[in-house]
Design a protein around this ligand. Structure first.
Ligand code: ZN
Ligand code: ZN
Length: 273
């Protein structure tokens, strides 16, 4: 477990996090983390306005400088990495990051973009308008994008593979046992497994009170195990209180799923242990 005391998925006040880079690093040191990696939301503009949960282009430069400066200041206590959470619809970054998390947060329809994880109310209304309330059809389009996320972002890990289930535990929008649903998820998974890139086991929805278990769901983890894929445990933390949120639970779930390849960071490199 000691090796797993790190997160490569964390947000700060540069995007939608509550704490500064330095506050996050201080707390990670207190927790005994060997590494903390920052993954600010890359700039994205799908509507006429800039989404306020993402970094602006000016902010992105300040973010890079700040993470590097704080990393230098704390280098004897912890390794600090500079990463980016790149959305499917973000432009390729101009700057070289230590790593990229590839994530799908929107599904494009003929009329609009649907935010997968903004709020249950918003999701219900939009899937109602765009898919006549058919969440399985929405899932088909979501997983089509997820299948292509490596191609699009050249990421080093797959962010929250089944983010589409974020509100499902509380609102039961669709049945995860649905044959079609599983088929779409497996198709995306099998495509991504060929890349060899690890899948996040992401506890972010637990810390925000939406789920009691991490992404992805057990049937997806079992498939990753069957095909000898790899995972990396991340907290997707948006505050200093949840840097290692529910890691023991996530580790137990991974072990029980039969996944053998668990990745972490050593000397600033992502490795499997
Ligand atoms: Zn995300
Ligand atoms: Zn995130």
């Amino acid at each position: 477990m000691k090796d797993l005391k790190c997160t490569l998925h964390s947000h700060t006040t540069y995007c939608d996090g509550k704490n500064t880079v330095e506050e996050m690093v201080e707390s990670a040191v207190v927790l005994g983390c060997h590494t903390i990696g920052f993954s600010g939301h890359a700039y994205i503009k799908v509507f006429d306005w800039v989404e306020d949960w993402c970094m602006t282009l000016e902010n992105e430069k300040k973010y890079q400088q700040d993470v590097r400066a704080v990393g230098e200041k704390y280098k004897n206590k912890i390794d600090v990495l500079l990463g980016l959470e790149l959305d499917y619809y973000s432009k390729a970054p101009e700057y070289e990051y230590d790593y990229i998390i590839g994530s799908v947060h929107y599904v494009k329809t003929p009329n609009t973009y649907i935010a997968v994880d903004l709020s249950p109310d918003d999701l219900k209304v939009k899937v109602g308008e765009e898919y006549g309330g058919d969440f399985i059809a929405f899932a088909r389009d979501y997983y089509e994008l997820v299948a292509d996320v490596y191609n699009k972002t050249k990421c080093d890990m797959i962010g929250h593979f089944d983010l589409i289930t974020k509100f499902n535990e509380k609102f039961n929008f669709f049945d995860e046992n649905d044959k079609k649903y599983r088929e779409y998820a497996y198709d995306a998974l099998d495509t991504l497994l060929k890349t060899g890139v690890p899948f996040e086991v992401n506890t972010g929805a637990i810390s925000r009170g939406w789920r009691t278990t991490p992404y992805p769901s057990p049937f997806i983890l079992s498939r990753i195990a069957e095909k000898n894929g790899s995972v990396i445990i991340n907290s997707d933390t948006h505050s200093r209180d949840s840097i290692l949120c529910e890691y023991e639970k996530a580790y137990e779930i991974v072990k029980n799923s039969g996944v053998k390849n668990i990745c972490t960071v050593k000397d600033k490199k992502i490795i499997c242990i």
